[in-house]
Design a protein around this ligand. Structure first.
Ligand code: NAG
Ligand code: NAG
Ligand code: NAG
Length: 383
């Protein structure tokens, strides 16, 4: 009886249910960690705004996202009736009542030994993002307790235990090696180290009371123009039927297989947590390789960009301008029908693409365990 009481108490305390409960989770907040796939304003706040036409489809202005509109994390927040997440780094007009976003474009799991200006990788790697979370949690409690305006801008203390913790990061760790001229074998060789650092980050959030974890695997980055255009190491045999670079996608798959094992290990080691591993790779690859059947135009062509086989030029990205005879010209322009495109700027997905992926994530068919997003607080019975 005493044990039962204790167990009940634990369950209530942690908002985690060990039974096959069928009531949807009521996450009062979301805390997100990641890279540009889920950056809602972090890099923009720190290093200057994403230029127009980013944001044109949904926000009607640049909104700190590298897309014409919403990202998967925006659709996740909306599905719980929560506002879009503000970036932790954003100091103007932000409201963190229902969560915060620590993701920045260019973030890696492992800190890189180069600056943003040398290599384009963000200094806000996953370890830094978890330090920021630690500060956010302790300092927001202090500020909230002061009352006044802070009470309307910060999460309640118990939201941290009840929140959904989402992770979408890893792609940049893999591309970093290639941009340093490493071979596929060399990139594969450091994946275990990357996942060790990932484990440390998750353990840190768990140690601070995080319980529901929703983890996206990495996408088929071998299908993205910035890879196809920049890394001319592909021979014909290394391009698959969809036009994607197979070695890169093989590395992504290899990372994902190990990420899945890592998540399974974390689930064993952290019994009060509920982990969901989401196979975003398969959804994105299906979207790209079957683009026509799904009603989209050329999946390898950037909508917003400038020239070349993929409408992608690393020196003239989406929104970039040049000055001709004293007149400023935008040369990184949007395409005519962004809603019919998958790739936005050579690196990121369009809002329609993101929505398509979200619609397949939400039901749980691509998740392990196969639970819908709305049930991601319920622990599955061990087999
Ligand atoms: C950065 O350098 C340190 C020290 O040499 C090394 O341990 C670490 O693996 C390097 N990080 C990356 C991402 O290469
Ligand atoms: C912050 O957002 C929440 C939820 O959307 C809202 O209830 C609250 O009033 C907002 N705070 C301020 C100061 O506007
Ligand atoms: C710039 O000005 C020069 C001299 O008037 C002219 O020859 C050239 O065509 C102009 N270039 C563009 C792109 O308008």
């Amino acid at each position: 009886m005493k044990l039962l009481f204790l167990l009940l108490h634990l369950l209530l305390l942690h908002n985690v249910s060990l039974t096959m409960s069928s009531s949807p989770c009521e996450f009062p907040a979301i805390f997100n960690f990641g890279d540009s796939n889920s950056d809602t304003g972090g890099l923009s706040a720190a290093f200057g705004p994403a230029p127009p036409p980013n944001g044109e489809t949904f926000f009607g202005r640049p909104a700190g996202r590298y897309s014409d509109g919403r990202l998967i994390i925006d659709f996740i927040a909306q599905s719980f009736g929560l506002p879009h997440l503000n970036a932790y780094l954003d100091s103007v007009g932000t409201n963190f009542t229902h969560g915060a976003n620590f993701a920045t474009a260019g973030s890696t799991i492992r800190p890189q030994n180069t600056t943003l200006f040398q290599s384009g990788y963000s200094p806000f790697s996953l370890d830094v993002q978890t330090w920021q979370f630690t500060q956010f949690k302790s300092r927001s409690k202090f500020a909230y307790d002061q009352g006044g305006v802070y009470k309307g801008l910060l999460p309640e203390e118990d939201y941290f235990a009840k929140a959904l913790y989402t992770f979408d990061i890893g792609q940049n760790d893999l591309t970093a090696g290639y941009f340093l001229d490493m071979s596929t074998e060399q990139v594969k060789a450091y994946i275990p180290d990357v996942l060790e650092k990932f484990t440390i980050a998750v353990e840190s959030v768990y140690g601070q009371g995080g319980r529901a974890f929703w983890i996206h695997n990495t996408g088929p980055f071998g299908c993205l123009p910035y890879i196809l255009d920049n890394l001319h190491i592909l021979s014909g045999s290394e391009v698959d039927r969809a036009g994607c670079g197979s070695p890169f996608n093989d590395v992504a798959k290899s990372f994902n297989a190990k990420l899945k094992e890592t998540v399974a290990r974390l689930q064993k080691a952290l019994p009060l947590a509920v982990f969901t591993y989401v196979d975003v790779y398969s959804i994105k690859y299906d979207l790209i390789s079957q683009a026509k059947n799904h009603g989209f135009g050329d999946p390898l062509m950037a909508c917003c960009g400038h020239g070349g086989r993929y409408n992608y030029n690393k020196h003239h990205g989406c929104g970039s301008k040049i000055t001709v005879n004293g007149t400023e010209l935008v040369i990184g322009k949007s395409c005519e029908e962004p809603l019919k495109r998958i790739n936005w700027d050579g690196i990121h997905y369009t809002e329609t693409g993101n929505k398509w992926v979200f619609d397949r994530i939400v039901g749980g068919a691509y998740s392990d365990p196969p639970v819908p997003l709305s049930m991601a607080c319920h622990r599955q019975q061990p087999e």
